[in-house]
Structure formats: structure tokens, C-alpha cells
Design a protein around this ligand. Structure first.
Ligand SMILES: Cc1ncc(COP(=O)(O)O)c(C=O)c1O
Length: 482
């Protein structure tokens, strides 16, 4: 049935009162809305004129009709359980959210992507595209984006880099391929963190026969272990801000030790600063590269965590001495990254939206982390130990009395909870056991409880069976149920 003027009036009035349309926002023209709804223009005109009469809308002549910029609305009253203001309810329905799985690690809040701003900037970028930009994109990246990233890294990550050191790339795998090709280091000794980002491990295992691991403790990578066992390494890959996956921060004394080692040995450090933007209780820790006086650090950043993984846009900050050889190699094997995305990102950063977006995301993630921590404590008080680290985008629920994290993760995955078993992130023989849980897309405390409740009974059964089996094997009395 076609809506009458009352239905249109009520819908727009509600949208304004609930804050979905903000003072100053444009509403569709009479012509456009009438054709969209399949109603007579008169119907929309009547609805608009009532809303104008009541002061909700103002007519701006030829420029169209807007929500009254002077409108002051009382704050919306919230029910105790309603978290919709502090954390937007998901804009996606259940079916859409199932496609990504719940509690998935390492993805940003998909419902908080700034689509409206992105749309505006995309339109501007397309309109401003000139013929020279319709051919091959610049090899090292779009200059205004390189400028904006250098500025951002200066201000927010403490890096004293210039735009010519910034290269726009297409994600982690691309970065590794470039670095390994550029430095022709595949036959040399390479060191990786233990535990470490599973994708990095697999790539390096595949490409570098001399791959070694260095353990990580509460202060980050164990540098003394590195110096004792792999002092001669040519290359080391680290995640100093939030170790992946343990989320610990590399301590300042260790940062200095690591940099001193690299300078003495002429070795390279690859700093993967994949989510360093996200700290919640203290100031963001500057990047390792900010202390890199001898230019031994190759820095990797990404927009996958701050914006969207599907943008496939990341960047490297190269030591000066590598710039010329990099360009030479790139001219042969690279063809640049898609220009439009770079133009939109350049505007997003250059106009200051990125900083606002990060601030918003820090608040949102801190709240959402609270939802999941609360639900874990309520539903699994005796199953897990959670070491709460500052920041990051995931938590690790360490199993207290069990080594069955792989079976447990599979069980949770059957309930559409895309958690990852910690032990699989180790290469060596003494892993820790637990579940790596992403919280960035959990929109309320109720949702966290509902999600974690799904596998609760089966979890208990699995762990109780497991501990009974171990007890029988060792012939010791079994612990009771939790
Ligand atoms: C440790 C680590 N480094 C880097 C990345 C970024 O990868 P990309 O830029 O390809 O999305 C990720 C993404 O999950 C990650 O977990």
C-alpha cells in the first residue's frame, strides 16, 4: 500500500526525534521522494509542510529542504538495558552478520564504518579524476596520501619520516613479498615471534628455510634469548605495540636492546604496527620506529584495522638507504595500487576525519571489550583466565585446566563463533592454550551473553570429558564439574 502524507510525516518526525536525521541534514526533494514512494507530489508536499510548520524542517529555497539547524531536541530517554546510544545497534541483520561469523578476530567494527562520509568523498574523488589519473597509478602511491600518512605517523605514532619514505601497498602479504624480494633475504636467517601471527609464520615458513622463533613473555619479545641464540639473524619480524597474538607491549629497555642489536649487526627489524592505534586506558605507545636513530626499522601500517580489510590498503615506511633499490625493484615488479581508494583515503585523512574516527573507535572498542569480558566472567568463571591488556582488538581467554583449545575452538565455530585456538599460533613444543576472541563487533552486553551462552553446555561437557580422560590416564581423582 502506498503511504499517505501522515505515514511520511510520522516517519520523518520519528527519524528526527530519534536522532537518525540530525539538524542540518538534507531531506529528499518532493520530486525525488514522491517518485521513490510512488505517490503524488502533493502527498509529500503536505507532509513536508506540516514538518516545516512544526519547526522540524526548514525550506532552503532552491537548495532544498533540511532538518532545522536550530532544532534542539531533549536527549532520548534510555532504558537501563538499552546500549544503543553508546554503541550503535548493528546496522546489519542476523543473516548478514552470520557471513562474517561472530567474535571474529582482527576485524574492525563493520557497523561503524563511516559510510556516509566515504560516499561523499568517493563522489568527490570520482568527479575530480582528471585524465592523467585515469592511466597507471603512481608506483610508490598517490602523493597526497603519502603526505597525509607521513603527517599522521609524525603526530600519532612518533615517527620522524618524510612522505618520500612512505610507499602505498596492498596488505600484509604484499608487504612481505616486497620486503623479501627487495632485500633478497630468503636464504638468510630470519626470526619470528613465538607465538606469532599465523599468516606471517606460514608465509615465512614457505619462503625462508632458515626461520627461527624467539619466545614472547609479558614484556614482549625475549631479547636476551635472541642475543643468546640468534644474534646472527639478518631479519626479525616484530609486533611491538600489541604483540600478535598475546597483546603485550614490548618494554622500553627491550626496544632499546633490539635497536642496538640491529645497528651493531646491520640487521633489519620489520615492525608490524597493525593495530597500534588502539589503546584504551593510557596514551598510545609510540612506534618502535620512533626510536630508530640508525634507520634499521622497516615499518608496516595498514588501514585494515582502522577502516576495512577489503580496502586492501597498507603502507611501508622505508629506511632512507632502501629507497633507491626499492624504486628500482618496484619499477620491474610493481604497478601501483588502485588510485580511487587512495584518493578517498587521502581526503579522509587530510580533512581530519580519520582522527575523529579513531577516537570514536577507541571508545566503542573499550565498551565492546567490556561486554565480552563481562559475559566471559559470568558464563565461564572457572574455565578461563583472562589477562586484560590495554588496547588491541581481541582478548585471550586462557584455558585454566585444559589443553583442548583446538577442539574447543572447533566446537565454538560450530555455533558460528569464529574464535581461534591459541596453541595453533605456536611453532614450538610448549604452547599456551586458550581462545582468541574478537570483540569489536559485539554490540551490547545482552548480545555478548547470548553469543557466549550458545556453546556453554557443550564446553563444559568437552572439558569435563577431557579432564576425566587425563585423570584416568594418570590414575588420579578427577576434578568435579565447574
Ligand atoms: C599481525 C597482523 N599484521 C598485519 C595485519 C594486516 O594485514 P592486512 O593489511 O593484509 O589486512 C593483520 C591483519 O589481520 C595482523 O593480524
Amino acid at each position: 500500500m502506498k503511504p499517505g502524507y501522515r505515514a511520511i510525516y510520522t516517519q520523518y518526525r520519528e527519524s528526527i526525534i530519534r536522532g537518525l536525521l540530525k539538524p542540518g541534514d538534507k531531506v529528499p526533494s518532493v520530486r525525488v521522494l514522491a517518485s521513490e514512494l510512488g505517490v503524488a507530489r502533493k502527498t509529500v508536499e503536505t507532509a513536508w509542510s506540516i514538518l516545516v510548520g512544526e519547526g522540524f524542517l526548514v525550506s532552503d529555497g532552491a537548495r532544498g529542504t533540511r532538518v532545522n539547524p536550530q532544532l534542539v531536541l531533549p536527549p532520548v530517554k534510555r532504558k537501563a538495558s538499552d546500549n544503543s546510544l553508546s554503541t550503535p545497534a548493528s546496522v546489519f541483520g542476523d543473516a548478514e552478520r552470520k557471513q562474517t561469523g561472530f567474535l571474529r578476530l582482527g576485524i574492525p567494527a563493520l557497523d561503524a564504518f563511516p559510510s556516509k562520509k566515504w560516499l561523499l568523498l568517493s563522489a568527490k574523488a570520482v568527479r575530480a579524476l582528471h585524465p592523467g589519473e585515469m592511466l597507471a597509478p603512481p608506483l610508490m602511491g598517490y602523493a597526497p596520501l603519502r603526505d597525509a600518512i607521513a603527517h599522521y605517523l609524525n603526530v600519532s605514532r612518533g615517527l620522524a619520516c618524510s612522505p618520500d619514505q612512505v610507499v602505498i601497498t596492498g596488505g600484509y602479504q604484499h608487504n612481505l613479498r616486497l620486503i623479501l624480494t627487495l632485500l633478497a633475504c630468503t636464504q638468510q636467517k630470519v626470526v619470528y615471534e613465538e607465538p606469532g601471527y599465523f599468516l606471517g609464520q606460514r608465509i615465512l615458513e614457505h619462503m625462508c628455510p632458515q626461520l627461527h622463533s624467539v619466545p614472547v613473555d609479558n614484556d614482549g619479545l625475549d631479547i636476551n634469548y635472541l642475543l643468546r641464540n640468534h644474534r646472527d639473524a639478518h631479519f626479525i619480524f616484530v609486533t611491538p605495540s600489541h604483540q600478535s597474538p598475546l597483546a603485550v607491549t614490548l618494554s622500553l629497555p627491550r626496544r632499546q636492546q633490539l635497536l642496538a642489536w640491529a645497528s651493531q649487526r646491520n640487521s633489519w627489524i620489520v615492525e608490524d604496527d597493525y593495530d597500534g592505534e588502539f589503546h584504551y586506558t593510557r596514551k598510545v605507545v609510540p612506534a618502535l620506529k620512533s626510536l630508530d636513530n640508525d634507520d634499521r626499522v622497516i615499518y608496516m601500517g595498514t588501514f585494515s584495522k582502522t577502516m576495512l580489510p577489503s580496502l586492501r590498503t597498507s603502507y611501508l615506511v622505508l629506511p632512507r638507504v632502501l629507497l633507491a633499490p626499492f624504486k628500482q625493484t618496484a619499477e620491474l615488479i610493481e604497478s601501483g595500487q588502485p588510485l580511487l581508494t587512495q584518493k578517498i583515503l587521502a581526503a579522509f585523512l587530510g580533512e581530519g576525519h580519520f582522527y575523529k574516527h579513531l577516537k570514536k573507535m577507541r571508545n566503542l572498542y573499550s565498551t565492546r571489550r567490556g561486554f565480552v569480558l563481562g559475559a566471559l566472567a559470568e558464563i565461564y568463571p572457572l574455565t578461563f583466565d583472562v589477562e586484560v591488556r590495554d588496547g588491541g582488538m581481541h582478548i585471550i581467554a586462557f584455558l585454566r585446566d585444559s589443553t583442548q583449545d583446538v577442539a574447543l575452538a572447533q566446537l565454538w565455530q560450530r555455533h558460528e563463533l569464529q574464535v581461534s585456538p591459541l596453541s595453533e599460533w605456536y611453532r614450538g613444543s610448549s604452547p599456551r592454550y586458550g581462545l582468541i576472541i574478537g570483540y569489536t563487533n559485539v554490540t551490547s552486553a545482552e548480545e555478548a551473553i547470548a553469543l557466549l551462552q550458545r556453546p556453554a553446555q557443550e564446553t563444559q561437557a568437552l572439558l569435563t570429558d577431557g579432564s576425566r580422560q587425563v585423570a584416568e590416564e594418570r590414575n588420579i581423582p578427577c576434578r568435579g564439574k565447574q
